[in-house]
Design a protein around this ligand. Structure first.
Ligand code: COA
Length: 104
């Protein structure tokens, strides 16, 4: 095992997040597994699975905007920014992913 990718349904905490969706994507790899594309591949697989299991379900994620690898991963996966906010003494990036439609 080199890390975890999780999709978790959460009770969201405020209006903007409620509107965006309440399935959260989380990811964490051991440092020795960074830089090989494993997180992208694993998250893509999880999102593809979700698109089949719960068609139309949006996914959200929160990451510190200073976390450059995490921000690049979110962008590669197709997450788009909804807003930024301050929490835990840092700027947080809140993004949303929507599944591809049949028409693309
Ligand atoms: C966030 C995290 C999972 C990103 O890990 P990562 O290794 O950068 O992401 P990937 O596994 O998708 O690998 C992509 C990188 O591998 C590179 N790479 C090398 N060989 C590759 C290959 N064969 N295929 C794909 N990518 C490859 C890519 O170019 C990319 O590097 P870049 O971002 O410098 O351009 C990792 O930094 C982490 O676990 N951090 C701690 C936990 C954390 O911060 N989680 C977020 C909190 S919400």
């Amino acid at each position: 095992m080199v890390g975890i990718v999780q999709l978790e349904r959460r009770d969201v905490d405020y209006e903007v997040r409620q509107a965006a969706g309440n399935v959260d994507l989380g990811y964490l790899l051991l440092p020795e597994a960074w830089g090989r594309g494993y997180a992208t591949e694993a998250c893509d697989a999880a999102l593809s699975w979700l698109a089949g299991a719960l068609p139309g379900e949006a996914v959200v994620l929160v990451t510190q905007s200073a976390n450059a690898p995490s921000m690049r991963l979110a962008a590669r996966l197709g997450f788009v920014e909804v807003e930024r906010f301050e929490a835990y003494d840092a700027e947080q990036w809140f993004g949303r992913w929507t599944p591809p439609t049949a028409t693309g």
